[in-house]
Design a protein around this ligand. Structure first.
Ligand SMILES: *[C@@H]1O[C@H](CO)[C@@H](O)[C@H](O)[C@H]1NC(C)=O
Ligand SMILES: *[C@@H]1O[C@H](CO)[C@@H](O)[C@H](O)[C@H]1NC(C)=O
Ligand SMILES: *[C@@H]1O[C@H](CO)[C@@H](O)[C@H](O)[C@H]1NC(C)=O
Ligand SMILES: *[C@@H]1O[C@H](CO)[C@@H](O)[C@H](O)[C@H]1NC(C)=O
Ligand SMILES: *[C@@H]1O[C@H](CO)[C@@H](O)[C@H](O)[C@H]1NC(C)=O
Ligand SMILES: *[C@@H]1O[C@H](CO)[C@@H](O)[C@H](O)[C@H]1NC(C)=O
Length: 619
């Protein structure tokens, strides 16, 4: 066994940095949010035969990988957008590409895109712009002349009119504007003169050397009628652009508000990575093939126990659930394990014991100063919490170096993943009924904790969507809260700053914490569910101080654009709008700056049940 450990340990070390970065980044959202925002703008403006709306969720880039159809990444940046022949239809947002600054290839060939060609301003790395076989109209933007890296420009088979701008970048080696409605002389630059007739053929009124067609001596200077006249078959006006403006306006507002925050986050994230790099060498490892194992810490525990009767020397697991088959620490450490998540308090593993029992194991960091008595008291108390919306603690382990909490395993991921990540091909939209029932589950779980732990300052203290576990069965989705009750276990000096309540206004202002801080976190989850947006700071290990999501919702609602806040996935369920907005109102009360003004969880649950009734009646 110790040989097996050694071998898998070696594998694991190789795995460390990749795996840890990946988990982190999923948690962090995305490295370059303005690139993601630009793509989201495309996603939400166009229809296509690939389900972009379902697929383009989560971060576009994970280092140099992308899980988004048609997107290629390099070093966290989007460098290629290739959506060829996928029935992409609609109007491109006019300036969406500017923030994808490292873009080198744009390929929208063979689609049904209408309206003007996209602006490519400032895309100094763009090498290929492939926009042929679409329904683009208007003229070729003069700024294309300034794309100094441009090698290939394909614009053929559209409805472009006007004159060809004087392209003369030496990089340009392939150029095609045939089958359009272009007119006037082909500019006599050495670059444009090198392309053959077929690059220019079949345009209404183009003339010049490549076409063997002499231009009239006097171009019709005073009245450029033939160039500026509308194309023979007028394209429809550009209706789609208008509704988009508002969307863009608030997108920009949100980006603006979040920008400073993101910058701050990035800095601390980078600082964190540095710290992590230095310390993580001996941490996580994982064997890619069959049996994954726990980290080096587990190896060390076994090694320091030495020889035969391992569980005797290591100490036994303490069980709080008497109904489950008992297993000992040795069984646990021999289980195959994989990392489920990496949070502020420690790493969570999924462990499959040799008997087939599956459990979730949380290895707590930052609790070394804790005495055994304090730890036992709190965990035994938490071990008594039994409720359908609470993930049950079944066992735990305490030693000076290691503290493990073992939970029942819930199979279908977290609410965060359900809301924000596309799973498999073509994400199923998460409907309103499911969202409402999840909100109710969370409220029930939290109310139960508030009732059952009357003496605790903030009974949950770490409520966020990644700490809501999802279980799916024939009756639908069920939600369970996890990571609750850790506030009393954290050494006083760093008390709450590792927990979700650090985002509450009272924590930020250094005021006294009460259970209203849980209510605040609940309100944020509701807003996350209703808007489908990631609160700016569900950012794993990064300390943050404000909450842009509730601020943003408040601003939008006050401006009377209420339905603009709704997640597109539920926007179409018009009958539900009233209930969705009522729930938003409730969430805004829950996130009131003043803790005393927030409703109690019992009131919150009552109001949710009323909303649910209202929904049933309208169904
Ligand atoms: C695009 O749409 C056309 C007609 O609407 C259809 O025949 C074709 O199969 C579609 N292409 C794809 C790739 O779905
Ligand atoms: C996308 O398709 C839907 C239904 O097929 C249609 O109602 C909507 O107008 C289309 N949007 C665009 C931008 O073409
Ligand atoms: C680009 O991103 C910045 C913030 O990162 C934003 O203010 C700006 O509006 C974005 N530009 C476009 C064209 O989306
Ligand atoms: C330009 O495009 C047309 C139409 O697709 C094609 O027939 C022609 O061969 C192309 N010419 C060049 C030089 O690519
Ligand atoms: C353009 O092509 C179409 C068919 O492909 C042809 O009927 C038409 O005469 C051509 N026009 C010019 C100006 O060459
Ligand atoms: C998007 O689709 C691709 C290919 O179909 C798939 O590999 C990828 O996992 C999907 N991404 C998401 C986020 O669903």
């Amino acid at each position: 066994m110790s040989l097996a450990f050694t071998i898998s340990f070696l594998y694991v070390v190789l795995f460390v940095s990749f795996k840890s970065n990946m988990v982190l980044c999923v948690e962090i959202g995305e490295f370059f949010p303005e690139e993601r925002d630009a793509l989201i703008l495309i996603r939400d403006s166009l229809n296509s035969s690939v389900n972009l709306h379902g697929n383009w969720t989560g971060p576009p880039c994970i280092d140099s990988l992308s899980r988004w159809i048609g997107i290629t990444c390099s070093n966290w940046h989007v460098v290629q957008i290739v959506l060829e022949g996928v029935n992409l239809s609609g109007y491109l947002p006019p300036t969406f590409l500017q923030n994808i600054t490292l873009l080198s290839q744009l390929d929208f060939r063979n689609n049904a895109l209408f309206g003007p060609l996209p602006s490519l301003k400032n895309l100094v790395f763009l090498e290929q712009a492939l926009l042929s076989f679409n329904h683009f109209s208007g003229s070729i933007p003069v700024e294309y002349v300034e794309l100094t890296s441009l090698r290939v420009l394909e614009l053929q088979e559209n409805y472009l009119h006007g004159q060809i701008p004087p392209f003369d970048q030496p990089s340009l080696t392939s150029f095609n504007v045939s089958y359009n409605h272009l007119s006037g002389p082909i500019p006599e630059t050495s670059v444009l003169m090198r392309f053959p007739e077929s690059s220019y053929e079949n345009n209404s009124d183009l003339c010049g050397e490549p076409l063997n067609k002499l231009c009239p001596i006097q171009p019709p200077a005073p009245s450029p009628a033939p160039f500026s006249a509308p194309p023979p078959f007028a394209m429809p006006p550009i209706p789609a652009v208008k509704p988009n403006n508002r969307f863009q306006a608030w997108t920009v507002a949100v980006i603006g508000a979040a920008a400073a925050l993101i910058l701050l986050s990035l800095i601390s994230f980078i600082a964190f990575l540095f710290r992590k790099r230095q310390t993580s060498g001996k941490e996580v490892r994982r064997d890619d093939s069959a049996g994954h194992v726990f980290g080096a810490w587990a190896k060390k525990m076994v090694a320091s126990a030495g020889g035969s009767d391992v569980s005797e020397r290591l100490g036994r697991l303490e069980f709080s659930n008497k109904k489950l088959p008992v297993f000992d620490l040795d069984d646990l450490l021999r289980a195959s394990a994989e990392i489920l998540g990496r949070g502020n308090l420690g790493i969570t593993y999924k462990a499959t014991l040799e008997t087939g029992t599956v459990v979730a194991v949380k290895r707590l960091n930052h609790m070394n100063e804790l005495s055994k008595k304090e730890f036992l008291q709190q965990i035994q108390l938490l071990g008594q919490m039994k409720h359908e919306n609470i993930a049950e603690i079944i066992s735990f382990y305490y030693s000076e170096e290691q503290k493990l909490v073992i939970y029942e395993f819930t199979s279908d991921g977290t609410l965060f993943e359900l809301l924000h990540e596309g799973r498999g091909i073509g994400r199923m939209p998460l409907d309103w009924t499911t969202r409402l029932s999840s909100i109710k589950d969370i409220a029930k779980g939290l109310l139960f904790l508030h009732h059952s732990l009357p003496s605790q300052k903030v009974p949950h203290a770490n409520l966020k969507s990644s700490n809501v576990l999802i279980h799916q069965d024939s009756k639908g989705y069920h939600s369970k809260l996890t990571d609750y009750g850790f506030l009393p276990l954290l050494p006083a000096k760093q008390n709450a700053e590792k927990l979700a309540i650090r985002r509450s206004p009272e924590f930020v202002q250094g005021k006294k914490l009460t259970r209203s801080a849980d209510v605040y976190c609940f309100g944020i989850i509701v807003l996350e569910i209703v808007t489908g947006k990631i609160p700016g700071h569900i950012i794993g290990e990064i300390e943050e101080t404000t909450n842009d999501l509730s601020d943003w919702v408040r601003t939008v609602v006050n401006n009377d654009w209420s339905t603009d806040i709704l997640d597109l996935e539920i926007l179409a369920e018009k009958e539900g709008h009233d209930a969705m907005l009522k729930l938003t109102e409730l969430a805004l009360e829950c996130t009131d700056m003043t803790p005393e003004k927030r409703p109690k969880m019992s009131v919150v649950l009552m109001r949710i049940e009323e909303i649910e009734k209202m929904k049933k009646e309208s169904d």
